[in-house]
Design a protein around this ligand. Structure first.
Ligand SMILES: [Zn+2]
Length: 75
C-alpha cells in the first residue's frame, strides 16, 4: 500500500481511504456474503470464491448432506 504524508492529516486519511476502497473493489468477492476477500488465500468451490466464515457455513451444509446413517448390517 502506498503511504502519503502531507501536512494535512485529513487529506491523507481521505486519500488512504479511497485507495483502500479501490483495493477492496479489485479483490474477489465472497459469493455468499458479497464481502471483498482480503486474505491471500480463500476457498474456491463450484466456480466461486468464499471467505473463511462462509466456507464454514458451506462446509457445514455439505457435511450435513453426506452425513448419513450406515446401511443396516445383515445379521
Ligand atoms: Zn463470505
Amino acid at each position: 500500500m502506498p503511504r502519503y504524508y502531507t501536512d494535512d492529516p485529513i487529506a491523507d486519511f481521505n486519500r488512504k481511504d479511497r485507495d483502500d476502497q479501490k483495493w477492496l473493489d479489485s479483490r474477489p468477492k465472497c459469493h455468499a456474503c458479497g464481502e471483498a476477500i482480503t486474505s491471500d488465500f480463500a476457498y474456491h468451490w463450484d466456480d466461486a470464491w468464499y471467505c473463511k466464515a462462509c466456507k464454514d457455513d458451506l462446509a457445514e451444509n455439505i457435511l450435513q448432506e453426506i452425513y448419513l446413517p450406515l446401511p443396516e448390517v445383515p445379521a
